[in-house]
Design a protein around this ligand. Structure first.
Ligand SMILES: [Zn+2]
Ligand SMILES: [Zn+2]
Length: 240
């Protein structure tokens, strides 16, 4: 009885919201992650994706995206759940800038459901979020990549290591930079900051994968530091 009342109070104070439009979802949580109108517009990243990084590709003949064709990525392989378009663009914006970390639970459930066979087959020993610059994280109150990493780690039964990688430079946002500038912007941005750990196989996690510059720079640092295989998993994948 008491627990029921408490749950009801929590729902009134923090109602479940559709990540696509931020509207309050009817009924208790568990009714679905998106509202009906957003559900029709959300595109999953599972058909026609780059075999290597998991990015949606338009070409009917290629197995690889333009980035993976032009440069060998540092990740062994990557996957993501949603195409970064339509309502998911707004969802990612609010997740970052309007405190809507509550979206992550539902999004992680869809993401894991979509790619569980692949994820479960990798032999992952650690889930590592792309770190935020410490001051920035303090201002925002959380790192959305870390929140997603925590949600995915529950499904994988593998611990999260949020302190293995550290962002040592406050890099400019990647958005709006071209491919070359993105790469330059990330030079020496990450370093390994935790000693006494050893991994053979890790899952690097972030909110959005576009050119893959961030993920691949972090994967390079992890690969050099641990000699481990690095796979990646993101909420959203930008189209090729
Ligand atoms: Zn909606
Ligand atoms: Zn690719």
């Amino acid at each position: 009885m008491k627990k029921g009342v408490l749950n009801k109070a929590v729902r009134l104070l923090y109602p479940a919201r559709c990540p696509g439009c931020d509207d309050i979802l009817p009924g208790a949580s568990g009714m679905g992650v998106f509202c009906e109108s957003c559900r029709g517009e959300v595109v999953l990243a599972h058909d026609r994706i780059c075999f290597r990084c998991g990015k949606p590709i338009i070409s009917a003949v290629d197995d690889l995206c333009r980035d993976c064709k032009s440069k060998e990525p540092a990740i062994v392989m990557g996957r993501g759940a949603f195409v970064y378009t339509g309502p998911m663009k707004l969802a990612m914006y609010r997740l970052k800038y309007s405190g809507r970390r509550s979206y992550v639970r539902g999004l992680a459930r869809i993401a894991y459901t979509l790619h569980h066979k692949w994820l479960d087959s990798l032999g992952i020993q650690a889930v590592i979020p792309i770190p935020m610059y410490e001051n920035k994280k303090r201002q925002r109150g959380y790192n959305q990549a870390e929140v997603f990493a925590e949600a995915i780690s529950v499904y994988l039964s593998v611990p999260v290591y949020p302190k293995v990688l550290r962002r040592v430079r406050n890099t400019a946002p990647q958005k709006g930079l071209d491919r070359q500038m993105r790469q330059k912007n990330l030079e020496n941005a990450f370093k390994i900051a935790q000693s006494g750990v050893k991994f053979d196989c890790v899952l690097l996690v972030d909110d959005i994968y576009t050119t893959g510059a961030t993920i691949n720079e972090a994967a390079r640092v992890l690969g050099e530091g641990f000699g481990c295989r690095v796979f990646s998993f993101c909420i959203c994948m930008g189209a090729d």
